[in-house]
Design a protein around this ligand. Sequence first.
Ligand SMILES: Nc1nc2c(c(=O)[nH]1)N[C@H]1C(S)=C(S)[C@@H](COP(=O)(O)OP(=O)(O)OC[C@H]3O[C@@H](n4cnc5c(=O)[nH]c(N)nc54)[C@H](O)[C@@H]3O)O[C@H]1N2
Ligand SMILES: Nc1nc2c(c(=O)[nH]1)N[C@H]1C(S)=C(S)[C@@H](COP(=O)(O)OP(=O)(O)OC[C@H]3O[C@@H](n4cnc5c(=O)[nH]c(N)nc54)[C@H](O)[C@@H]3O)O[C@H]1N2
Ligand code: SF4
Ligand SMILES: [Mo]
Length: 690
Amino acid sequence: MAIDTARQTKHSVCALDCPDTCSLLIDVDSSGNGSRLRGNPDHAVTQGFLCGKVAQYLERNYHADRLMHPLKRTGPKGTGQFARISWDEALDTVATQLQHVSDTYGPEAILPYSYAGTMGRIQANGMDRRFFHRLGASRLDRTICSSAGGAGLMAAVGNRYGTEPEQFAESKLILAWGANIHGTNVHLWPFIVEARRRGAKLYTIDPVLTRTGALADRHFYINPGTDLALALGMMHVILGDGLHDQSYVDQHTTGLADLKAHVAGYTPEHVSQQTGIAAEDVIFLAREYATTRPAVIRVNYGVQRSERGGRAVQAIASLPALIGSWREVGGGLQLSTSQAFRLNSDALERPDLQQRSPLGRTARIVNMSRLGHALTELDSPGVHAMVVYASNPAGVAPNQNVVRRGLKREDLFTVVLDHFLTDTADFADIVLPTTTFLEHSDLYLAYGHYHLQMARPALAAPGECKPNTEIFRLIAQRMGITDPELAASDDELMRAALDSDHPFIAGITLERLEEEHSIRLNVSPAGQPFKPFAEGFPTESGKLHFDVANWHYTPPIESRHGTARQQEAAAYPLEMVSSKNDNSMNTTFGHRPSVDRETSVAKIHPEDATPRGIATGDRVRVYNGRGSVLLRAEITPGLRQGVVRVPSVRWSKLAEDGQTINALTSERLTDIGNGATFYNCLVEVERCGD
Ligand SMILES: Nc1nc2c(c(=O)[nH]1)N[C@H]1C(S)=C(S)[C@@H](COP(=O)(O)OP(=O)(O)OC[C@H]3O[C@@H](n4cnc5c(=O)[nH]c(N)nc54)[C@H](O)[C@@H]3O)O[C@H]1N2
Ligand SMILES: Nc1nc2c(c(=O)[nH]1)N[C@H]1C(S)=C(S)[C@@H](COP(=O)(O)OP(=O)(O)OC[C@H]3O[C@@H](n4cnc5c(=O)[nH]c(N)nc54)[C@H](O)[C@@H]3O)O[C@H]1N2
Ligand code: SF4
Ligand SMILES: [Mo]
């Protein structure tokens, strides 16, 4: 075999919605074909490896079903019948229809719908935003993932960042709280392995014994949505035993006296009834946490997909202040690091363009977690056009049957930009093929580390695929919009984002990123650890407030202990947690047969299965008042009894009943942050043939 001397190794960045935002290397041969993807060994967090799903990304990139040219619908909505059309026809149709909707109902009748299919700043948070602002379209409140936790973290520490992953190696105790680190954030794992080599302990708090729980020193099964009670119980023990850090508390917090009075009632026994964690284990967790130094909490988004999730995160994020752990390298807490990336989002997204729109003012906000409501009930104006990109709402949005009813409306014009004919694309009037992160330029922040990255296309765009940025520029042109902001090049967009006077970004330029690919933010001097709240908090008072007025724990309405729904609780006695599948990414790898198998399973505790006559391998119907889904049962003791776990999210078109698990989840929102409550969901399960 001849050696391909022209083969090159190119840099890229994984754009998927994952805290790790890996630095990638890809081998590209002389004909431009990519042959191998691997983690960059020189990156401080990627450390030379990738997760299994993305190590195989070229399978997805070169898949025979990849969309290669624009399509228009030829059958009823939802049936996925399409014919090939030219870009010219596609752009004309989209431009004409958007103009028509804007003229007829006003521009707010147009709804953009996007999330983090790519986390790139310019492809899904750049030209698209400029375009919709200039139209005067409704603004989408992007709440489907992290807004409750973000609001809770903000309310506690005044910012959305925390302990850097590299410091976990210095910790002596790691609490993984609603965090399946090994499954969803695997680049934190080597730091934990190193810490444990040096004697650290890992404890997990989760209703499910995940991969991470199975590897932990101890796992604590908790009832879904009861974390606020546990945090208050731990504070009760810490304060009762005098294990708090009085000097840190005096200098950097307010409200200790009220906190003492408030948590007096959260005795380990009381907390045990709520959380299902034994009273002695509540005491154990609190004492271990307060006396093992340094201790770090990795709280992830599992906690906050819950009715009480925002306040729970706020209370959890107040624990490190109580024990003075922010002073220590390897202490503190991490939920996210994203807000340290002080890019100039106004310059990138140009919200001021709304003033130039036919609306002439700031447009209304529509919550993406209530898409079903938006498409079926919203008026003045109703939604008459939707442009979906970097998201698959027919699969991932809650209360899917209502979402689908909305998507089927004949008076709704839907455009979908994607790589595959997703469940959502099946409802589209026009489908536009887009490039992947290996084929376009972008700038990447991260939510699990502090390294800013930039990627150039490593592969040529296949077929007629175009980057999102280019598609929005072209639609704007067709609509006769001549504002220069909508003609900006990809590099101009990246430069606008980098044009920030914040010290964390100072000195980071496109030229440097071109050269270095990844640059650590100036969060601390080179070689020194970042201790964000060692000297106080970026809150208004400069202190963390123990916010007891907002910490009255009551069980989630939709839970076994929820009082308001006792009738439903009797009909649907099990609590379903449809958390992340270890080997996929929301619906992004749903085409893979192995992923389809893994996401079509309901994991049931033996004590729940036996009385229902359910055995492993049985076909079961999981249902509630909102819908019904057929799955395969897997009986396992690795769950809190009363909890059913369904790894998510499957492609409905591959399911025999055409349903995914979001047929069962509700549009109820979280306590703060207007987030989705995927993990408070009452169901019943019955055996249903073989
Ligand atoms: N492999 C893989 N990786 C992913 C993703 C994926 O789909 N697959 N998705 C990405 C995305 S979009 C995100 S947001 C992140 C999310 O990352 P994580 O937050 O780690 O993932 P989740 O599975 O949502 O939730 C974590 C754990 O919380 C538990 N949990 C559920 N309810 C509760 C509760 O009330 N209390 C407590 N203490 N725990 C609870 C779940 O059982 C789950 O094991 O992962 C990203 N990475
Ligand atoms: N039951 C249940 N529901 C959930 C969750 C859960 O755990 N359980 N998780 C929730 C969470 S945390 C999240 S973040 C959401 C995720 O919801 P989404 O953000 O919708 O995530 P995906 O399902 O992965 O769909 C992303 C889509 O973007 C496309 N895409 C990728 N890159 C590009 C690009 O450059 N351009 C364009 N145009 N498209 C691109 C992909 O092909 C894919 O179809 O789901 C939520 N829904
Ligand atoms: S999904 Fe996460 S772990 Fe996997 S390659 Fe991408 S950033 Fe890395
Ligand atoms: Mo997410």
